[in-house]
Ligand binder design. Structure first.
Ligand code: FCB
Length: 466
């Protein structure tokens, strides 16, 4: 082993999303998003209760939700120029951001807000002028609340609404944006949101969840079809979350349990998006899944399917699970078997190797971007300590060593995005968790580079990991 290198054309940078970073939630014509709405509705209150049947891992288990609101984020709306200049100084060659649908079309469908378009034009131009390739998500959980009032994903018109919104974005920004993703972590927005009550809109019906998910897939296909028909010369995919799930005991039953959990979180979205079918194992083995499938689902998939160009993977943690015939997925709730004091997620770097390798093998060496991976340290209300972050430095080192190994063994891995660029709003947790390479005072907007940003910068510039 002679060191860990990254290829010259490898995309390496940071990520953030609109509702988490921008702030300015009600300025310049933007309407309320789902994330604004539910943050306010349940601020400091218990999350709605219900059966939470799946024991499924995505989404958080919070009982009391944060009082913080995503009304400030990291003040990106007003300070995007400084942030992007910092990215340039860091030496990163890419940035993943999302567009806010309620900023672009405040009524969800219909009239476009010129100020919303102008804002993203400025960001994209600034990125391009700094030599930073934008990777743009159309939807990172923040659909206009007025559409959620009509059922959101569960409304059969959702695919039409989404395609119309996507068209506006492709027309406005497609000349400069060459890497697009339709949806971020549908497993969280939909399975956790509609079926397990862990995420807005806090629903508890698996039937509705699977229908909502089906509409999301059709919306995805329609946007991909439209994008391809416009011949803009870029690529389009989706970002799906993955947890490295392993069997709790060395028995075949637990292997099956782990496979079902992986399929439920990752395969449920990725397999249709790449191959046009739902994972058969879940349909075959779990009545909970089978009995709630939308009518004529395969006919819909046959009608709309078009393969996407790449898959984005968000990886944070590793869990284990065992066989349990009494649970909907015939498996126990998947839990982490590592713990790290002071961190909200327990890191397991080798899991990154395992999941990317798995996806590569399972999906015929598909093009992959690691679209999120990041170190979640609790806020300790001490800027000195928060900027001196050796835990985050080793997190980055160990995960990027895995990236280098994955490339070495032949995975078609094209990019890595550290989550996140700057301390921002975290859904359900507010400002009590810090992921950023840049430290932010959420009252005043003051910013500082953390030691981890200096470290990340060395990697970006040298294309090596120590
Ligand atoms: C992912 C989300 C992202 C962020 C990280 C920590 O699930 O995509 O918005 O909250 O987790």
């Amino acid at each position: 082993m002679f060191g860990f290198k990254l290829p010259k054309d490898f995309l390496i940078g940071t990520a953030n999303s609109a509702f988490q970073s921008e702030g300015a939630w009600d300025r310049d014509g933007k309407s309320e998003s789902v994330m604004d709405h539910y943050a306010k509705l349940y601020a400091g209150k218990p999350a709605p209760s219900g059966p939470r049947e799946e024991g499924y891992t995505a989404g958080k288990k919070k009982t009391i939700l944060t009082e913080d609101l995503p009304d400030r984020g990291c003040f990106f709306y007003d300070h995007y120029e400084e942030y992007i200049e910092d990215m340039q100084k860091t030496g990163q060659n890419t940035f993943r951001l999302s567009l806010s649908w309620p900023r672009i079309i405040p009524t969800g469908v219909g009239e476009v807000n010129p100020k919303g378009i102008a804002f993203y034009n400025k960001i994209i131009d600034k990125l391009v002028s700094c030599g930073i390739t934008p990777f743009v998500d159309l939807h990172h959980w923040d659909m206009p609340q007025c559409l959620m009032d009509k059922g959101g994903f569960a409304n059969s018109q959702f695919p039409e609404w989404f395609e119309a919104y996507a068209k506006v974005c492709f027309e406005a920004f497609g000349d400069r944006v060459k890497l697009w993703s339709t949806f971020n972590e549908s497993a969280v927005a939909i399975t956790s949101g509609y079926a397990n009550g862990r995420f807005p809109p806090f629903g508890f019906s698996n039937k509705e969840g699977q229908l909502a998910g089906h509409h999301c897939l059709i919306a995805h296909f329609r946007a991909v079809r439209l994008y391809k028909s416009m011949d803009l010369g870029g690529k389009i995919g989706a970002v799906n979350c993955i947890v490295d799930i392993t069997p709790a005991r060395m028995v075949e039953e637990d292997l099956g349990a782990a496979a079902r959990q992986m399929e439920r979180m990752f395969g449920w979205w990725t397999q249709p998006m790449l191959e046009g079918t739902y994972p058969q194992q879940l349909i075959r083995e779990c009545p909970y899944v089978r009995d709630n499938m939308p009518e004529n689902y395969q006919a819909d998939l046959d009608k709309w399917f078009i393969p996407m160009d790449f898959v984005g993977i968000n990886y944070y943690v590793s869990h284990r699970t065992g066989y349990n015939p009494d649970k909907p997925l015939l498996s126990d709730r998947a839990e982490s078997f590592y713990s790290t004091p002071g961190q909200s997620f327990a890191p397991y770097p080798a899991g990154l190797f395992d999941v990317v390798w798995y996806v590569s093998q399972r999906y015929h060496n598909v093009e992959i971007y690691i679209t999120e991976n990041g170190c979640a340290l609790y806020n300790v209300n001490d800027p000195e300590k928060e900027c001196d972050d050796p835990e985050r430095i080793s997190y980055i080192r160990e995960h990027l060593r895995m990236v280098s190994r994955l490339i070495k063994v032949g995975c078609n891995l094209k990019g890595y995005y550290y989550w996140n660029d700057a301390d921002s709003y975290e859904e359900l947790d507010g400002y009590r968790i810090r992921f950023g390479l840049t430290w932010v005072d959420h009252q005043t907007g003051e910013r500082r580079w953390k030691k981890s940003r200096h470290y990340f910068s060395q990697i970006c510039k040298s294309r090596m990991v120590d």
